[in-house]
Design a binder for this molecule. Structure first.
Ligand code: SF4
Ligand code: SF4
Length: 169
C-alpha cells in the first residue's frame, strides 16, 4: 500500500465512522469503550507521534498539561508494554467525549463503532485494512513494531522525538 493509498484508506474509515454516527447512533456522552470497563487499546509508535504532534500544535501550555496528565494515567493503571491492561483513556473528557480529532485518533478507536443502536464492536475488516497501512508506515519511518497503551506511546513520543519528525502517521 502506497503512502497515498494508506491516507485514502484512513480518510475512508473516518468517513465511515461519521456516517455510522449519523445513521446508527452518536457516541456523544457515552465513552464506555474508552473507560477501564472496556478499553485496553494499544497503538504503534507512529500513532503516538501523530497524537504528540497534535498536542504540540496546541502550544506549550497544552504540552505541559499532557506531560502531567499522561504519567498520572500510566501510574494509576500500571501501564507499560506487554500484556494488554484495562485503563480509562486520559483523552476521554469528563463529558465522555474523545478529546482527539478524528485526524489523529488511533485506527483502533476509529474502527470501534456502534453496529446496532445498542451494540458496538471492533469492525475488523476496516481495522485490518487501515492498520496494515499504519504498520507499513511505522516500519518505513524506522520505528519499532511495538504496541503500547495510548498514554505510554504518546508520552514516549512527546519525550523523545523532535516536533519536525512527528505527525507522519
Ligand atoms: S462506540 Fe459504543 S461504547 Fe464506544 S462511545 Fe460509541 S456508543 Fe459508546
Ligand atoms: S483516544 Fe479517544 S476514542 Fe480512543 S480510547 Fe482514548 S478517548 Fe477513546
Amino acid at each position: 500500500m502506497t503512502r497515498q493509498r494508506a491516507r485514502d484508506a484512513r480518510a475512508e474509515l473516518i468517513q465511515h465512522m461519521k456516517a455510522v454516527q449519523r445513521s446508527i447512533r452518536d457516541c456523544a456522552g457515552c465513552g464506555l469503550c474508552c473507560t477501564g470497563a472496556k478499553n485496553a487499546v494499544q497503538i504503534l509508535p507512529l500513532e503516538g507521534q501523530r497524537i504528540a504532534a497534535w498536542i504540540e500544535r496546541q502550544g506549550s501550555p497544552a504540552v505541559h498539561a499532557w506531560r502531567q496528565r499522561l504519567p498520572r494515567a500510566v501510574r494509576r493503571f500500571h501501564l507499560g508494554r506487554g500484556a494488554a491492561c484495562a485503563y480509562t483513556c486520559p483523552f476521554l473528557t469528563p463529558e465522555f467525549r474523545c478529546t482527539l480529532p478524528a485526524s489523529v485518533k488511533p485506527v483502533v478507536c476509529l474502527s470501534f463503532n456502534p453496529v446496532e443502536r445498542e451494540r458496538c464492536e471492533l469492525e475488523h475488516a476496516w481495522y485490518r485494512r487501515v492498520f496494515a497501512g499504519v504498520t507499513r508506515r511505522n516500519a518505513a519511518a524506522g520505528l519499532p513494531e511495538r504496541l503500547a497503551p495510548i498514554p505510554v506511546a504518546v508520552l514516549e513520543a512527546l519525550n523523545s522525538k523532535p516536533a519536525s519528525r512527528r505527525g507522519r502517521g
